[in-house]
Ligand binder design. Structure first.
Ligand SMILES: *Cc1c(COP(=O)(O)O)cnc(C)c1O
Length: 423
């Protein structure tokens, strides 16, 4: 049996209808922005393997940091013990996150980072004897696939099967250009009921919705409004964090500071699964008590894994180098030039660029399904061409490793232009 056949025999892939899916390429090597399958076919990883990999595959600087940590202390439980990598990482984060972020809670992935933020929001009010049990989120939000995170997510085919078993989440429209006032009004109406514990959002860019963007100005207004009503604001930076938007964090574009932040994906440079939820001192203090019951009783076995922390420290070091900051700027300049070149194409509805994120909306009649025919046609075309892109509905987006070179990026652009001639 080939590896591919064995994969089909044993493995259940994410977001996959196995009856209609093609067999999956077996990737055996990665280097920089490139991946190779078992037949030697080369792929450009134009979405950084689901937005996790800024510095390229098989990065030796990260590999060395991980090796050093593995041979010093690979893991120790974080319940009752601590270690140097986690202390250094939290200290580092306190220097680069918005200045009100003071306490760091470690978990394993973006969904758990969101779960922790939601649970802390609800328990904050419980500890204070107040009844606030609902959450506010944007339409078409994506915050992950575990129950709390899924409840906050608004892409319905991810969640339809679980309606009735979910935390109560009420949605406000996404404040894209022209919709700002509508969102502000909707949020205010909800806040006035005093029933909500938190407002969670993907700051500036809704990733899974198709890189839908809105302004820092309106987000500042929304956060200020939530603060007026003492409703916590949770910035889910799982996708946007660590340079994607052109700044370290999307929140760096804001005047306001969120109460909590969720980090994962690029946190460890795409090497080791890890996540962090960060909090203000005020939130931490509501759990700080002589009463054991007021503690946050949440944890994961691999919480604050030292190897993950060492990887994250090395990744942040790389992020802060002039070279990587230059790479981010260069990708951004190329995206802007491509957007300018393609925006008047008869098949193009609109383009959007922020940092290393580029999105192009194709002109279509009616609404396209998230995993619909157009999307599948495009996906298969790109894979055949050796470009990894995962369009959603009628939106093609690029979010490459920052170190992608000019030739590779030009190839991604020209393949997208070629795709437009086919549809
Ligand atoms: C990917 C993502 C998540 C979920 O992260 P997982 O690691 O897949 O659980 C949560 N929020 C946002 C904004 C994401 O992009």
């Amino acid at each position: 049996m080939t590896l591919s056949e064995k994969d089909t025999l044993y493995n259940w892939h994410p977001y996959t209808q196995h009856k209609t899916a093609f067999s999956h390429p077996v990737i055996i090597k990665g280097q920089g922005a490139l991946l190779w399958d078992e037949h030697g076919k080369e792929f450009i990883d134009a979405i950084a393997s689901w937005w996790v990999n800024p510095f390229g595959h098989s990065n030796t600087y990260l590999a060395q940091a991980i090796y050093n940590q593995l041979t010093q202390l690979e893991h120790v439980l974080f319940g009752g013990f601590t270690h140097e990598p986690v202390i250094r990482l939290s200290e580092k984060l306190s220097q680069i996150l918005p200045s009100n972020q003071k306490k760091f809670f470690y978990s394993d992935n973006g969904s758990t980072a969101v779960e922790v933020a939601i649970k802390a929001s609800l328990q904050y009010f419980y500890n204070k004897g107040q009844k606030r049990t609902k959450i506010i989120a944007f339409e078409n939000a994506f915050h992950g696939d575990t129950f709390g995170a899924m409840a906050a997510s608004g892409i319905s085919f991810f969640t339809d099967a679980f309606q009735g078993s979910l935390l109560e989440v009420v949605r406000v429209p996404v404040p894209t250009e022209g919709n700002e006032t509508k969102t502000l009004k909707a949020l205010k109406a909800l806040l006035e009921t005093n029933e909500y514990a938190a407002f969670i959002f993907e700051p500036l860019v809704q990733g899974a919705a198709g890189m839908v963007m809105y302004s820092a100005t309106v987000l500042d207004q929304l956060i200020a409004l939530a603060k007026e009503y003492q409703v916590f604001t949770i910035a889910d930076e799982v996708m946007t964090g660590f340079g994607k938007t052109g700044k370290n964090f999307a929140c760096d574009y804001l005047e306001q500071q969120p109460d909590m932040m969720c980090l994962s994906k690029a946190l460890t440079g795409g090497t080791i699964p890890m996540a962090i939820t960060s909090f203000t001192q005020e939130i931490f203090d509501a759990f700080y008590d002589d009463d054991t019951n007021k503690a946050l009783f949440h944890g994961h076995t691999f919480t604050a894994n030292p190897t993950g922390c060492a990887a994250a420290l090395a990744a942040i070091e790389l992020l802060q180098t002039e070279e990587i900051q230059g790479n981010i700027n260069q990708v951004n300049q190329h995206h802007l030039a491509f957007a300018e070149r393609i925006k008047n194409h008869p098949k193009v509805q609109s383009t959007r660029v922020l940092g290393v994120i580029f999105a192009l909306e194709i002109k279509v009649e009616g609404k396209q399904d998230y995993y619909g025919t157009l999307r599948n046609t495009l996906y298969d075309f790109f894979i055949r061409k050796g470009i990894i892109l995962r369009p959603v509905g009628n939106i093609i987006y690029i979010l490459p490793p920052y170190i992608i070179n000019d030739v590779q990026l030009a190839q991604v652009y020209s393949t997208i232009e070629e795709a437009l001639t086919l549809i």
